[in-house]
Design a protein around this ligand. Structure first.
Ligand SMILES: NC(=O)c1ccc[n+]([C@@H]2O[C@H](COP(=O)([O-])OP(=O)(O)OC[C@H]3O[C@@H](n4cnc5c(N)ncnc54)[C@H](O)[C@@H]3O)[C@@H](O)[C@H]2O)c1
Length: 278
């Protein structure tokens, strides 16, 4: 059952909080009474994001952190826990996309996506778990993807990172269940955020449109926080047909194979015609 008081007065740290899902989660946490530490890499963008939420200004703190830096992530988490007196929720949300043909990816691309999507989560979890064990409670929410449950074609790099995040988070969910530490994995798909416009090296392509059928980030945040409050492990967003696809794939249903082969052909075709896979 949804616990509407789950976040009230709680200390929450969100990485990648200046944009997309991280911003929407920050806003929804504030609406639900939390104190939010918004982490981002670019000082101007983080300040602009906090400014947009200035109605909650007494409950917002900003920290400039590059999540690929172990030192910076550790410092941000330890400083927050020290200053606030606890760390109740850690949302390891920052991440980059990576839809590209396998043979065009360089080793630099592999390293870059691994640093942002995997090492950042390891740094965060590694620092937060001892703090939460000591205080006797806590909830860590790592953002994976539907591509961390189902292997979408042209996303080999991204899937490697996101299957890793799903697997690690699920292991920890069972490992720490009797210590009052909770773990959830967010598996979004097609949420309307700037991620669609960014390539793996961070270049922003303004000509690429966010798909018209993408799910609104604020609705995604509401659903995510509801499911986290229910202590759900894997949270697929939106829920409708994607959960079916995940279950079909996991049970080796030929329909899932058919769909993924069709998607490979569609993405190849779309890229050859228009330079975008979507
Ligand atoms: N939008 C979707 O459809 C979708 C689908 C599946 C998974 N996701 C995941 O959701 C998460 C949020 O993505 P989004 O869609 O909101 O995209 P976004 O691009 O709007 O947000 C990503 C955030 O991560 C931050 N970030 C990237 N590299 C960083 C670094 N080195 N240090 C600090 N911050 C860094 C960005 O600045 C940005 O604030 C990501 O982990 C992404 O993989 C999104």
């Amino acid at each position: 059952m949804v616990n509407s008081d789950y976040y009230d007065g709680k200390i929450c740290l969100v990485t990648g909080a200046n944009s997309g899902i991280g911003y929407a989660i920050s806003e929804e946490l504030l609406k639900r009474g939390a104190i939010v530490y918004m982490l981002g890499r670019n000082p101007k963008k983080v300040e602009e994001a906090a400014e947009q939420l200035s109605v909650y200004k007494d409950k917002i703190n900003t920290i400039i952190t590059d999540v690929t830096s172990q030192e910076q992530v550790e410092k941000a988490i330890k400083d927050t826990a020290k200053e606030a007196g606890s760390l109740d929720f850690l949302f390891n949300n920052a991440g980059i996309g990576g839809t590209l043909q396998f043979e065009t990816a360089t080793l630099e691309d592999w390293k870059n996506i691994f640093d942002v999507n995997v090492w950042s989560v390891i740094y965060g979890v590694n620092t937060a778990v001892p703090i939460m064990l000591k205080q006797g409670s806590g909830h860590i929410i790592n953002t994976s993807s539907i591509a961390g449950l189902v292997p979408f074609p042209f996303q080999a790099l991204y899937s490697l990172t996101k299957f890793g995040v799903t697997g690690m988070t699920e292991c920890l969910k069972y490992e720490y269940a009797d210590k009052n530490l909770h773990f959830s994995t967010i598996c979004p798909s097609n949420i309307a955020t700037p991620i669609f416009k960014k390539s793996i090296d961070g270049t922003v392509h303004d000509q690429i449109k966010i798909p018209d059928d993408a799910y609104p980030a604020d609705k995604a945040a509401e659903l995510i926080l509801d499911r986290v409050s229910e202590h759900k492990g894997i949270i697929v967003v939106p829920e409708d047909q994607l959960i079916d696809l995940w279950h079909e794939y996991a049970s080796e249903d030929p329909e899932a194979d058919k769909l993924l082969l069709q998607m490979a052909a569609q993405r190849r075709d779309a890229y050859e015609k228009g330079g975008s896979y979507y």
